[in-house]
Design a protein around this ligand. Structure first.
Ligand code: FES
Length: 136
């Protein structure tokens, strides 16, 4: 009876699965004593001149992409790809582009121009105040 029992114990590093969900990065209203705010006080994202007509700009920290499909018409969308959650990386050729699997979204309305993204980028609220673009 030369039966060798080889025991392999594979320890999976569990427990490190942290659902990185509630990163409380949403606190815009940090100061309540704002004295000279002329709009609704949202965080300024950019100057209108920073957003190219027919293109857009990605704000990675805020996870927002702001586009200007036509002159003086500004739109904003979530910068999180609806496929698997990558942050979109470029805006070119009239589309917002995800680097992970090649999804593209139209700058005009966030709709899918090329899959595998299953649905449009959700819109975000912005306010254009003079030459300043703010999160609403
Ligand atoms: S996560 Fe964007 S294309 Fe897959």
């Amino acid at each position: 009876m030369t039966h060798r029992s080889t025991r392999r114990t594979v320890l999976l590093a569990t427990g490190a699965v942290t659902l990185a969900a509630g990163c409380s990065k949403y606190g815009d209203n940090s100061g309540s004593g704002s004295s000279s705010v002329n709009a609704s006080g949202g965080q300024e994202l950019a100057k209108t001149s920073e957003i190219p007509v027919g293109g857009g700009k990605i704000f990675k920290d805020q996870k927002v992409v702001v586009t200007q499909p036509k002159k003086d018409e500004f739109k904003a969308f979530s910068a999180i790809c609806t496929h698997q959650g990558c942050t979109v990386s470029t805006v070119s050729g009239g589309t917002i582009n995800c680097p992970c699997h090649g999804s593209k979204y139209h700058v005009a309305d966030g709709s899918v121009a090329q899959g595998p993204a299953p649905k449009p980028l959700p819109p975000e609220q912005i306010e254009v105040d003079g030459n300043s673009i703010r999160l609403a």
